[in-house]
Design a protein around this ligand. Sequence first.
Ligand code: F6R
Length: 616
Amino acid sequence: MCGIIGYVGPRPSQDILISGLARLEYRGYDSAGIAVIDGEGSLGTRKRAGKLQVLRDDLAAHPLADGTTGIGHTRWATHGGPTDANAHPHLADDDKLAVIHNGIIENFADLKAELVDAGHTFRSETDTEVAAALLGREYAASGDLVEAFRATVSRLEGAFTLLALHRDQPGLVVGARRNSPLVIGLGDGENFLGSDVAAFVEHTRHALAIGQDEIVAITPDEVTVTDFSGDAVDVEPFEVVWDAAAADKGGWSSFMAKEVSEEPEAVANTIRGRVHDGIVEIPELDGLDELFTDIDRIIVIACGTAAYAGMVGKYALEQWARVPVDVELAHEFRYRDPVIGARTLVVSISQSGETMDTLMAVKFAREAGAKTLSICNTQGATIPRESDAIVYTHAGPEVAVASTKAFVAQITALYLLALHVGRVRGALDAETIAAQVAQLEAVPEKIARVLATEQEHIEQFAHWMADTRSVIFLGRHVGYPIALEGALKLKEISYIHAEGFAAGELKHGPIALIEPGQPVFVMVPSPSSSPLLHAKVVSNIQEIRARGARIIAVAEEGDAAVLPFADEVLRIPLAEPLFEPLLAVVPLHIFAMGLATAKGLDVDQPRNLAKSVTVE
Ligand code: F6R
């Protein structure tokens, strides 16, 4: 939450900051602002409530003097509403110092009281302005921005990435991080800081990952990283594999539309390089067999859509690797007293790799002695750096707030992991692995078929349903988490009340919701490969249809048994049960997007949300 960029170099910085913010806007879009030290050595700032476009229009109408040192921020509001005054940057030291922030400073109220007692006046309701005031006071005392940072961060509790520049120090941007993301982009005679690599990927692919509790100072020619005590630290270089075009909308109407269209390649790219002669070999896991052999339990932790991917993965891990698996919401996991230890493997799943709830759960698991493995889509992110092992998903940058292609990539990575663990633990023979791999490798082409044959139909259908006020999603077995995902996506981007249920659970209460005309999406298992489940789900359909429900069946091509009971059928290609989720979710993603579009909503930036949830 909140996107941050800093730049020092020879070029005018405003365009660099604004285009970086455009790539970071998915992190928050309540307000945006920049601060620039101009050629005269003056500090200029501009900040506006609303999306980045409001700031852009303001700058076009009333240009701000440009300069080669600047910082920029796009906000997801926490302390104080989305107003101009609460937008970042915040100023201090007689308006000579500008600060931007991502995170939450938990002790801000005490610090603010202390500063107010000392005569400081505040212009916003934010916790950030408190940090700015402290930093200003420290800078006024020492005249050294890095030292001032060091003194300031020692007073702060909570999670933060802070960037600052001072009018008297052109060519210098200083940043600090604790439990909140920050990466460095290395240019030629210029350097960048960003919440993630999207901030600077159009300028450089050379990056450095900064650890927790570290301070970085960038000038055009130098990058210095120290810990909060002032000792030099090693930083880890990496090459960004995404290219700038991958994070552009191209000709698509929305990032979400583009990303749904990329679901086939998200699966294919996640498999690529990890299958050799029908055997899954994940290079990142070489030499780490003991992570899988010396355990008697796996706990998957994640939030939202990533947690639903984890629920799907549980079926594969248990079936193929024969290890008991629990799936838990990360924010619930660490606030009870879970029984974990050295024989527990905690697998975290996170597209962004920055979700604070998941990060804190991973740290908690490590401290409790568990082994940790992260499934993540973002290089240089914090969660993989805090884990014993990483399996990257290769979905490419996901910009739309609602996760789509990352979801199918996460399931794919979990399936590869399950086959890998099954082999390492001796639970699977080569023939079984090869058969499952062949199924998995066929998925991209099958998703492409759903997109090619069903997209138009589903969009039209979604258009008809634009006035719907409530939708129910039902599934059994692996179809259950897909029902949850379908409901989440619809709530999230179309603001329609939606609920997902295990189909068998309906008669234990929720069936009371069914009244004539109630739309119910049902994930229908394959009649050929899961005849028993298929029959049960068809019975569930009959129960609700008898009460007037309008049935939208997501069913396998050729399944004629559902036809008499369904008002609408969305077809998916034939697949073994474990591979159905990767296909059945596609119509649901298209439907949510189609309905939100029909309602005239912004599918990429739904209200109240941000993509990377870096607060608890
Ligand atoms: C829903 C969605 C969220 C995320 C969740 C976890 O469409 O995108 O539910 O899945 O916030 O985010 P990551 O995967 O970045 O940890």
